[in-house]
Design a protein around this ligand. Structure first.
Ligand SMILES: C[S@@+](CC[C@H](N)C(=O)[O-])C[C@H]1O[C@@H](n2cnc3c(N)ncnc32)[C@H](O)[C@@H]1O
Length: 241
């Protein structure tokens, strides 16, 4: 078997990525990619196999998951292209390794705290793909405040509905928010709103049904949430095309 035939056979027998990780992987293409909090390492292994990354750095803060990742990399016969490091967040990465970084399957606050600690240490990845399990609005807000544009966005069904965001460091205001209601777009995603994503519409309609009966109690959080849901649905109802 030639090396190309072997690579193609490996790709054919590769285990399928779960949809949220596949959506993240499809937003990544880099010479060197770093995956933080990798655990099973399914994402970086897929990137290497598909040729979407030439080399990968796999970071885990816990020895158990790092060992799981090490075994997965060994089984995939990718040891020469993947480096595994025990460490916290972006800390184990050197400056040239901050071109393309992913953080998936964690809470938005965990992702945020990793990015903030990195920023405080002068580590600012050029491109980030993040898949929080909740609260993507926090990450969209962080991106606006810290000089990242939201260049692509996906919403994927699974155990929950998972948002996947690609952020790229860029000067100036993010054009993704032009022409969409800002507060609703921060909460629900400017690209998802503009594209009238069917899962987003389902979510907005379910939220409206849940929140409207609570409106008369006038709790500030309910009123704010309902205001954003209505703003998004109104905009969707009026949008051109
Ligand atoms: C729920 S798993 C997600 C695994 C994989 N990324 C995915 O999406 O399926 C979260 C992993 O992140 C790791 N983790 C959490 N905080 C971390 C940090 N500050 N630095 C590195 N790894 C971290 C945990 O040890 C755990 O293995």
């Amino acid at each position: 078997m030639t090396p190309d035939e072997r690579a193609s056979a490996d790709r054919a027998t590769a285990p399928a990525l779960e949809p949220r990780l596949l959506a993240a992987a499809e937003l990544i293409s880099a010479e060197l990619h770093a995956d933080i909090g990798s655990d099973h390492a399914a994402l970086p292994i897929w990137l290497l196999r598909q040729g979407r990354a030439e080399r990968a750095v796999i970071v885990e803060k816990t020895p158990g998951p790092l060992e799981v990742a090490r075994q997965a990399v060994a089984r995939s016969k990718l040891r020469d292209r993947a480096e595994l490091r025990l460490g916290d967040g972006l800390e184990p990465l050197l400056a040239p390794e901050l071109q393309s970084v992913s953080l998936t399957g964690m809470g938005a606050r965990t992702i945020l705290s990793i990015l903030e600690r990195g920023r405080a240490a002068g580590q600012r990845p050029a491109a980030l793909v993040v898949q929080p399990n909740d609260g993507a609005g926090l990450l969209r807000q962080w991106a606006i405040e810290h000089g990242y544009w939201l260049t692509a966005e996906r919403l994927v069904s699974g155990f929950w509905r998972y948002p996947v965001l690609r952020l790229e460091r860029h000067p100036g205001p993010d054009p993704a928010y032009l022409g969409v209601p800002q507060a609703a777009a921060l909460r629900y995603g400017p690209h998802l709103l503009r594209g009238a994503h069917p899962l987003l519409i389902q979510e907005l309609q379910a939220q409206r049904l849940r929140l409207e009966p609570l409106e008369r109690h006038a709790r500030p959080q309910v009123l704010e949430d309902l205001g954003l849901v209505r703003s998004a649905l109104d905009w969707l109802g009026r949008r051109p095309g």
